[in-house]
Design a protein around this ligand. Structure first.
Ligand code: HEC
Ligand code: HEC
Ligand code: HEC
Ligand code: HEC
Ligand code: HEC
Ligand code: HEC
Ligand code: HEC
Ligand code: HEC
Ligand code: HEC
Length: 411
């Protein structure tokens, strides 16, 4: 027994080391040959993984076929502390069609704590706990996305003790991750463009059901990529709290990133003046001022969504619920102007730039103001100031011809 223990473990590594040297030499030669081939054939290099995602290699000694010899068989499970079971089956076909499988990544490049069977002991309270223990593996190669999530609303949910805050695998899966521009899980899914709102809907279904019926959601369902999904308004990995003053004050920027872009709006015949008219009205002026000077300030003035809604934005000419229907608009005003009566909305120019057709009174009053009243008042003031100044110089000169002002004061 003891003899065996002293000899074999020592000689085995030595033999292995000799083998390793030969192997390394062989690999080196192969690599040189590949490099030379590669130089003449650079497009092949483009297929290599992106630099930031390039892995620090794990223990590649264990081949996927080894892991799949057990985990590729359906039916094996493991008991967790709460009595529930964790399904240990990993579909080999699904994994080989995932982006990581396609790029040739091995199981052990994520599962770095796993060696040969028997594995190191693993305990988890329940299935959520198991997922939360294993998902940080994504950090090895996607540290940027990982760090971005650390300040998000979902990370804060964890801090507050809510374990359902989304982690990488909730949105991307663990073994069936697809490239983001081809999210259908390996199969052709006709509604693949819905993957983003449907991903959020796993946990925010009530909001998704509302969003589906908005002007934006309906367009998305019909395959229109010009409209916002959840992440255009909220961000992806660094989703911030949408209930803060700062988010509210900045929110017009979200809408106007699309709604002032003629390339996006012209095909729908939607006005791109919505921001200029908003900013120039008494409500928007304050909001934009706050945004610049005091981004945390609370404002009681309306932002775009106070009138248009948030997850229920409709076409303004929607026959039942659109803002063209006076009662609908009035209801929005009354949230802040509780005494507003039916003709109250007329006190507001809406998004119109006054013109001879729309709000002609305001238009002509403005013209009068800018081209008559202002020049006359300012001009008149200017003339008065010049005359006054001239008068006082003349007076001073007459009182004290040739003397300085100091001398004058001593007199
Ligand atoms: C001989 C069969 C067998 C092989 C081979 C095997 N596993 Fe397991 N694996 C299991 C069993 C059984 C469990 C249940 C827990 C236990 O018994 O340790 C498990 C559990 C796991 C778990 C759950 C969490 C944990 O840490 O236990 C992961 C992840 C896992 N295996 C990954 C792998 C990977 C990766 C490989 C390849 C390197 C692999 N397994 C090879 C049988 C195997
Ligand atoms: C891209 C990283 C990654 C790769 C590659 C990967 N896994 Fe996993 N694996 C995970 C994560 C993360 C979990 C936690 C699962 C969850 O959140 O549902 C997990 C869970 C598991 C589990 C526990 C059961 C379960 O599904 O939760 C087993 C078993 C397992 N993996 C085996 C494998 C095998 C075998 C391979 C190779 C064919 C592999 N994994 C490749 C990241 C990976
Ligand atoms: C709440 C859902 C959600 C969570 C949680 C999440 N992602 Fe994403 N992720 C997405 C969506 C949606 C996209 C597509 C973004 C786009 O189209 O611009 C994406 C894109 C990506 C991309 C492509 C490059 C990029 O940054 O756009 C990578 C890589 C990625 N995620 C990795 C991760 C990792 C790693 C984690 C965990 C630290 C994670 N994601 C957590 C939803 C999520
Ligand atoms: C060992 C390194 C490694 C690990 C660990 C890893 N990834 Fe990746 N991942 C990559 C590489 C390489 C790519 C391909 C990048 C490319 O093609 O631009 C990729 C691509 C992706 C993409 C698609 C990005 C795109 O632009 O289309 C997503 C999403 C993603 N990974 C999510 C995850 C998640 C979630 C985890 C953890 C469960 C994970 N990755 C763990 C290396 C890794
Ligand atoms: C795995 C479940 C899950 C998924 C998937 C998920 N979330 Fe969440 N989300 C939560 C939980 C839990 C909270 C914190 C509790 C709450 O406020 O509802 C939260 C909070 C939020 C909040 C802040 C709510 C508030 O009142 O402050 C926003 C915004 C949000 N999520 C957006 C998204 C978006 C966008 C997606 C899709 C890209 C998404 N979530 C996917 C679970 C999830
Ligand atoms: C057009 C922009 C926009 C889109 C698209 C959008 N949101 Fe929001 N979301 C907002 C704004 C603005 C708020 C803040 C509303 C408030 O404070 O009253 C908000 C608030 C939230 C909140 C927290 C408050 C609440 O109502 O519970 C969650 C969670 C949320 N959104 C999730 C989602 C999800 C999931 C989707 C996709 C189905 C989505 N949002 C699509 C703009 C948007
Ligand atoms: C005080 C309420 C109010 C605010 C604040 C407001 N809107 Fe409007 N919006 C309206 C009304 C009312 C209409 C319908 C005008 C009409 O056609 O008579 C409208 C029309 C629109 C239209 C349709 C224009 C068209 O050509 O059909 C868009 C787009 C729009 N608003 C976006 C915005 C954006 C973006 C913001 C924030 C920068 C905003 N709105 C702020 C009340 C408001
Ligand atoms: C990603 C770009 C994008 C963002 C962000 C966006 N929208 Fe839109 N919006 C569109 C497009 C495109 C349409 C036209 C859709 C159609 O008619 O099929 C539209 C339509 C509308 C309409 C209907 C106009 C009409 O015809 O009556 C209103 C109102 C509107 N958006 C308000 C908003 C508000 C308020 C926000 C911010 C909370 C916002 N949008 C954010 C792209 C965007
Ligand atoms: C989110 C709250 C909010 C909403 C919604 C809102 N307003 Fe206001 N509005 C204000 C505040 C605050 C003031 C400034 C009051 C002051 O300083 O005396 C104001 C001022 C005004 C004024 C200037 C005269 C006055 O009473 O001081 C008019 C006109 C006005 N709003 C019209 C409207 C119309 C029309 C609507 C609906 C389309 C509307 N508002 C919706 C908050 C709101």
């Amino acid at each position: 027994m003891s003899f065996n223990h002293e000899t074999s473990p020592r000689s085995a590594p030595r033999r292995a080391a000799a083998n390793k040297k030969l192997l390394l030499l062989f690999c080196g030669l192969c690599a040189c040959a590949l490099l030379l081939l590669g130089l003449g054939n650079s497009p092949a290099a483009a297929a290599a993984p992106r630099q930031e995602a390039s892995p620090t290699l794990g223990p590649l000694s264990l081949d996927d076929s080894y892991c799949l010899s057990c985990h590729g068989q359906p039916g094996s499970t493991m008991k967790l502390e709460d009595g529930s079971t964790l399904d240990l089956f990993v579909d080999p076909n699904e994994y080989s069609h995932s982006i990581h499988g396609e790029k040739g990544y091995a199981c052990v490049q994520c599962h770095r704590q796993i060696g040969e069977y028997p594995h190191a002991p693993f305990t988890a309270k329940d299935r959520r706990d198991a997922a939360l223990q294993l998902y940080p593996a994504c950090y090895f190669c996607h540290s940027g996305e990982y760090e971005a999530t650390q300040d998000s609303v979902h990370a804060r949910a964890f801090d507050a003790g809510n374990k359902e805050g989304a982690v990488c695998t909730d949105c991307h899966t663990a073994h069936a991750v697809r490239p983001i521009n081809d999210p259908a899980t390996g199969k052709i899914r006709p509604d693949a463009h819905l993957w983003i709102p449907e991903t959020c809907a796993q946990c925010h279904n009530a909001i998704y059901q509302k969003y589906r019926n908005t002007v934006h959601g309906e367009a998305l369902i019909n395959g229109n990529p010009d409209v916002p999904t959840c992440i255009d308004c909220h961000g992806v990995h660094n989703i911030s709290d949408p209930t803060t003053n700062q988010f509210r004050l900045n929110s017009p920027d979200i809408c106007t990133s699309c709604h002032t872009d003629p390339k996006r709006m012209d095909k729908y015949g939607i006005s791109t003046d919505v921001l200029t008219t908003y900013v120039s009205d008494f409500h928007g002026t304050t909001v934009t001022l706050f945004e610049k000077q005091a981004p945390d300030a609370q404002t009681n003035k309306p932002v775009c969504y106070d009138c248009h809604g948030v997850h229920d934005i409709l076409r303004v000419d929607d026959p039942q619920k659109g803002l063209h229907v006076r009662e609908n608009l009035l209801k929005r005003c009354q949230v802040c102007h509780p005494d507003a009566t039916a003709d109250f909305p007329d006190s507001w120019l809406s998004h119109y730039i006054p013109s001879p057709d729309k709000y002609p009174m305001v238009y002509y009053v403005n013209l009068f103001y800018y081209f008559f009243l202002i020049p006359v008042v300012l001009g008149g003031m200017g003339v008065l100031v010049v005359m006054d100044f001239g008068r006082s110089m003349i007076n001073r000169f007459r009182k004290n011809p040739g003397g300085s002002s100091e001398e004058a004061s001593h007199v």
